[in-house]
Ligand binder design. Sequence first.
Ligand code: ZN
Length: 242
Amino acid sequence: MQLIKNYLIKGTIVCETGMHIGGVSESLKIGGTDSPVIMNRMTNMPYIPGSSIKGKMRSLLELKHGTPWLMENGEPHKCKDQHCDLCVAFGRSADSDVNSGPTRLVVRDCHPTSETEAMWKQKDDILHGTEIKGENFLNRLTSMATPRFIERVPAGSTFAFEMVFSLFDPKDENRLKLVFEAMTLLEDNYLGGYGSRGSGKITFCDIELKEKTSDDYKIGKDWHPYEKVSGAGSAHEILERL
Ligand SMILES: [Zn+2]
């Protein structure tokens, strides 16, 4: 087994609605919200962990494809099939003894774009990149409302995303399609919490798919566009051409 080439998938994640990816609760702090978003401790600004994106993409693929990817007990999929496309592309648990080479897909943490950081700073109701959304629980009999407060990254925020997909086997070309299929599934689902109540709609925009072959690494040649998908900028357009 050896590296044939790497693909770079990069672009922008646009939050079409507010988005909540949960962080550490600060409810003991005075004025803390009930449900804070995850923050980059260096910048005190929200970010999207690569693991959140990857985990959601994987779970949507399991649900879409069903058995054998979807486990009967609802636990995350694992198997002993060396050629399982899902496990080869998205990885196996650390205690797995099945060897199918390195996990093909790497998803980086996504940080806000400079335009978005500037937008957050301009708005008075946005603190550390988040807005506060109040929600009420109604008592069914008395109609008494109990409020709670959720932090969200405001709609319109954008984050730079980057994934690397490594090709070790010609069969991995088909597994790359799974990544784009999962991206389109995610766009029609949600990222983070409170999705069934309106949060977390995202779109992958201005996607570039580039490649770097094993020989390119040898001679120091940088990423170059993957010609097969030239002109396509959305996940579904790229998937159509792969
Ligand atoms: Zn599997």
